[in-house]
Design a protein around this ligand. Structure first.
Ligand code: FAD
Ligand code: NAG
Ligand code: NAG
Length: 619
C-alpha cells in the first residue's frame, strides 16, 4: 500500500467513526407519517415527493375536502441527510439516483469515460434532502425574462410573494424581500473560518461588497444563506410534508415507483400506474395528476406515457397520444470549474480538527462549527456580466470553499465525482492533506443545450441524459473569464500576506503542452475539469402555445392533454442565475396557488367564459 493509500484509508476510517459519533447524538426532530394502504382514487395525485412535489402535496391538502396522494420512489430521509458536513458523502448512496450521463464531446476530459454520475435525490424531499443547502433565489431579471418570453404572471413582482411564503428567515433582511414564518428554515451560514473573511475582504478590494443576494440585487460576495436551522437541514420533506402528513386527506406512499400516466379517450389524465412492494398497481385521479419527478424523470414519464416527440416515441414503439416536440429538449445545467486550488498556512481547519470532540460537540449541542458547512462552502459571489446588455444580470457565480478537493486526501468528493485517478493524483499531489481553499466559477446563464431521450420504452430504464456541456463556444469564453476573475480574487495580496495563500500552479495533465496561463490553457482546464453544479432544468419548458418547443403553458398544464400539470425544475424556460432549489420550491408554491384558484373558480362561478378563465388562471 502506498503512503497516499494509507492516508486515504485512515481518513476514510476517521470519517466513518465521526459520522457514528455525530449520528448517535442526533434524533429525528420531526415526525413524518407515511401510509401503507391507499384508496382506489383521489382528487389529486402528486407524482414525486421532491423539492416541488412535497410543496404541492402539502399545500393542496390544506383544502380539507380534497383527497391528495403523494407517490415517491424513495423512502424517508435518513439521519445523515440532516448534517451539512455529510452532504458530499450522500452522493452515490441509496438516496441518489446517480444517473450516468453520456460521454461528453466538449467537456469532462479529466473524468473517467468523459462522463460522470449526475446525482439526483431519490428520497422524500428529493434534491432538497441531499443537496448542499445553498439558499439562492436567483436574479429578478430571470423571472421578468420568463414573463417576457410569453409566460404571464411569472415576473418578479408575481413570484416574490411565493418566495416569501415558503421561507422562515432567521437573519436580518429587508422585510419586503425576506419571508418569516414560512415552512423552509433559512439562516446565514452559522460558522465562518478566517480564510472566508479574507476572501470577502479580497472581493471588497475588487469592488464587490457584502450584500443580501436574496434581496433586490445579486452582485457582490457574501456569506451564504443556507436552508438549515441551527445547522440542520430543512428539506421540503421536513418543512412541508412533516406537518401535513398527519392530515387525514393526505396520503404519502414511499417506495412507489410510477411507471405510467393513464389517460381516458378524451386525453384526460385519469390516474397512474406504479410499482410498490414488487407489484404493479394503479390509482385513479378525479381532478388532476401533478407530475413532479424532476428534470430527468418528468420528460421520461411523459414520453413513456405517449406525450413527446412523435418521431422519438415511434423509435421505441410507444403509441403517440400527443406529439409534443419539446419534451426532453432544452436541457440546461450550470457547469462549474473544479480544481482552482490555493494552499494556505493558516486560517482554515485541518481535516483532523473536524474530528476533535470539540468540533463534534459544537455541532451536536450548539449547531455550529465546521460540520455546518456543506463541502466547506463559505462564500458565494456574483460579478457583473460583461457580454450581456445588463451588467447586473451576472453570467458567472463564484462558490468559495474553505476546503480543497484534497484537504481530506480526496476521500469524499475526490473519489465520488469520477475524476481520472492518475490525473487527479498527479495534479493535486503537492497539496494533499494541506489546508487551503478553492474557488469554483460557475456559468449562470449557459448557452449550451442538452437533451433527455428514452433508452427504451421501459420506465425502469434510466433515460439517456446528454447535457452537451460547452457545445456552445461562448460558454467556454465566459468560463475562461470566470477563471481569470477567480485567480485575481485568490491571488489577492491580502490572502497572500495574511494566510500565505499559494496557487497550485502545476499544469493540469492533458493541458501541459499549452502555454500556462494562456486563454487556451484555461479553456483546456475547463474542458477537463468543469462539471455539474447539479442544476439540471428546462426539459418540460413553460411557454406560450405559439412556441413549438413549449411543453406546459403558464399555468403549467401540459399542452394537448388535460388534467395534467408538470410542477418542478423542468418547467424553467431558462435556468435561474443561481442555485435552483429555492426557485423550484417557489414553483411548487405558485402552482399550488394556481390549482386552488382554478378549481375554486370552477365551483363558484361557472358563468365565466372559458377564455376569461384561461386568462386569469395564472394568478
Ligand atoms: C448533490 C446536489 C447538490 C445540490 N446543491 C444545491 C444547493 O446547494 N442549492 C440549491 O439551490 N440547489 C442545489 N441542488 C439542486 C436542487 O436540489 C434541485 O434543483 C431541486 O431539488 C430540483 O427539484 P425538483 O422538484 O425539480 O426535483 P427533485 O427534488 O429531484 O424531485 C423529484 C422526486 O421525484 C422522485 N421520482 C423520480 N421518478 C419517480 C417515479 N418514476 N416515481 C415516483 N417518484 C419518482 C424522486 O425520487 C424525487 O424525490 C443540488 C442538487 C444535487 C443533486
Ligand atoms: C421561524 O423561525 C423562528 C426562529 O428563527 C422560530 O422562532 C419560529 O417558530 C419559526 N416559525 C415557524 C412558523 O416555524
Ligand atoms: C496568480 O498568481 C500566479 C502565481 O503567483 C500567477 O502565475 C498568475 O498569473 C496570477 N494570476 C492572476 C490572474 O493574477
Amino acid at each position: 500500500m502506498t503512503i497516499l493509500g494509507l492516508q486515504r484509508g485512515v481518513s476514510w476510517l476517521v470519517l466513518k467513526i465521526a459520522s457514528i459519533a455525530i449520528l448517535a447524538k442526533l434524533t429525528k426532530d420531526q415526525f413524518l407519517s407515511v401510509n401503507t394502504n391507499i384508496d382506489a382514487e383521489y382528487d389529486f395525485i402528486v407524482v414525486g415527493g421532491g423539492s416541488a412535489g412535497s410543496v404541492v402535496a402539502s399545500r393542496l391538502s390544506e383544502v380539507a375536502e380534497w383527497r391528495v396522494l403523494l407517490l415517491e420512489a424513495g423512502g424517508e430521509p435518513p439521519l445523515q441527510t440532516y448534517v451539512p458536513g455529510f452532504a458530499p458523502l450522500l452522493i452515490g448512496t441509496q438516496v441518489d439516483w446517480a444517473y450516468r450521463i453520456e460521454p461528453q464531446t466538449y467537456c469532462h476530459r479529466g473524468y473517467e469515460g468523459d462522463s460522470f454520475f449526475l446525482p439526483s435525490g431519490r428520497v422524500l424531499g428529493g434534491g432538497s434532502s441531499i443537496n448542499w443547502m445553498l439558499y439562492v433565489r436567483g436574479n429578478r431579471r430571470d423571472f421578468n425574462n420568463w414573463e417576457a418570453m410569453g409566460n404571464p404572471t411569472w415576473g418578479y413582482r408575481h413570484v416574490l410573494p411565493f418566495f416569501k411564503k415558503s421561507e422562515n428567515y432567521s437573519g436580518h433582511g429587508r422585510a419586503n424581500y425576506r419571508g418569516r414564518g414560512g415552512p423552509v428554515k433559512v439562516e446565514r451560514q452559522p460558522w465562518m473560518l478566517p480564510i472566508a473573511r479574507g476572501i470577502l475582504k479580497a472581493a471588497k478590494l475588487l469592488g464587490y461588497s457584502h450584500i443580501d443576494y436574496n434581496g433586490p440585487e445579486q452582485i457582490g460576495f457574501s456569506v451564504p444563506d443556507l436552508s438549515t436551522s441551527n445547522g440542520r437541514r430543512s428539506s421540503t420533506a421536513h418543512s412541508y410534508l412533516s406537518p401535513a402528513s398527519t392530515r387525514p386527506n393526505l396520503h404519502i406512499l414511499t417506495n412507489a415507483f410510477v411507471t405510467q400516466i393513464m389517460f381516458n379517450n378524451d386525453k384526460k389524465a385519469v390516474g397512474v400506474r406504479f410499482i410498490h412492494d414488487g407489484q404493479e398497481k394503479s390509482v385513479g385521479a378525479v381532478k388532476e395528476v401533478v407530475l413532479s419527478t424532476g428534470a430527468i424523470r418528468s420528460p421520461q414519464l411523459l414520453m413513456v406515457s405517449g406525450v413527446g416527440p412523435a418521431w422519438h416515441l415511434k423509435q421505441h414503439k410507444i403509441p403517440v397520444l400527443h406529439d409534443l416536440e419539446g419534451v426532453g429538449e432544452n436541457f440546461q445545467d450550470h457547469i462549474m470549474t473544479m480544481g482552482l486550488t490555493w494552499s494556505i498556512d493558516r486560517g482554515a481547519v485541518s481535516f483532523a480538527s473536524y474530528f476533535w470532540p470539540s468540533a463534534i460537540s459544537k455541532y451536536t449541542s450548539q449547531g455550529t462549527g465546521p460540520w455546518t458547512m456543506p463541502a466547506g462552502i463559505s462564500v458565494l459571489g456574483w460579478t457583473k456580466a460583461e457580454n450581456g446588455d445588463d451588467p447586473l444580470w451576472p453570467d458567472v457565480q463564484y462558490i468559495a470553499s474553505s476546503l480543497t478537493l484534497v484537504t481530506e486526501y480526496g476521500t469524499t468528493l475526490g473519489s465520488s465525482l469520477g475524476f481520472k485517478k492518475n490525473v487527479f493524483r498527479n495534479y493535486f499531489y503537492s497539496v494533499m492533506g494541506r489546508i487551503g481553499f478553492t474557488i469554483l466559477p460557475s456559468l449562470t446563464r449557459p448557452k449550451s443545450r442538452g437533451t433527455i431521450r428514452l433508452r427504451s420504452s421501459l420506465p425502469q430504464d434510466p433515460p439517456v441524459v446528454d447535457p452537451n456541456y460547452f457545445s456552445h463556444n461562448d460558454d467556454v469564453t465566459t468560463m475562461v473569464r470566470g477563471i481569470r476573475f477567480a485567480l485575481k480574487l485568490g491571488n489577492s495580496s491580502i490572502l497572500k500576506k495574511k494566510y500565505g495563500a499559494k496557487l497550485l500552479k502545476k499544469p493540469l495533465p492533458g493541458c501541459e503542452k499549452i502555454v500556462y496561463n494562456s486563454d487556451a490553457y484555461w479553456a483546456c482546464f475547463a474542458r477537463s475539469y468543469a462539471s455539474t453544479n447539479y442544476h439540471p432544468v428546462g426539459t418540460c419548458k413553460m411557454g406560450p402555445s405559439t412556441d413549438p418547443k413549449a411543453v406546459v403553458d403558464h399555468t403549467l398544464r401540459v399542452y394537448g392533454v388535460s388534467g395534467l400539470r408538470v410542477v418542478d425544475a423542468s418547467i424553467m424556460p431558462l435556468v435561474t442565475t443561481g442555485n435552483t432549489n429555492a426557485p423550484t420550491i417557489m414553483i411548487g408554491e405558485k402552482a399550488a396557488h394556481m390549482i386552488k384558484r382554478a378549481w375554486s373558480r370552477k365551483v363558484t362561478s361557472r358563468k365565466r367564459s372559458s377564455a376569461q378563465e384561461r386568462r386569469e388562471s395564472g394568478l
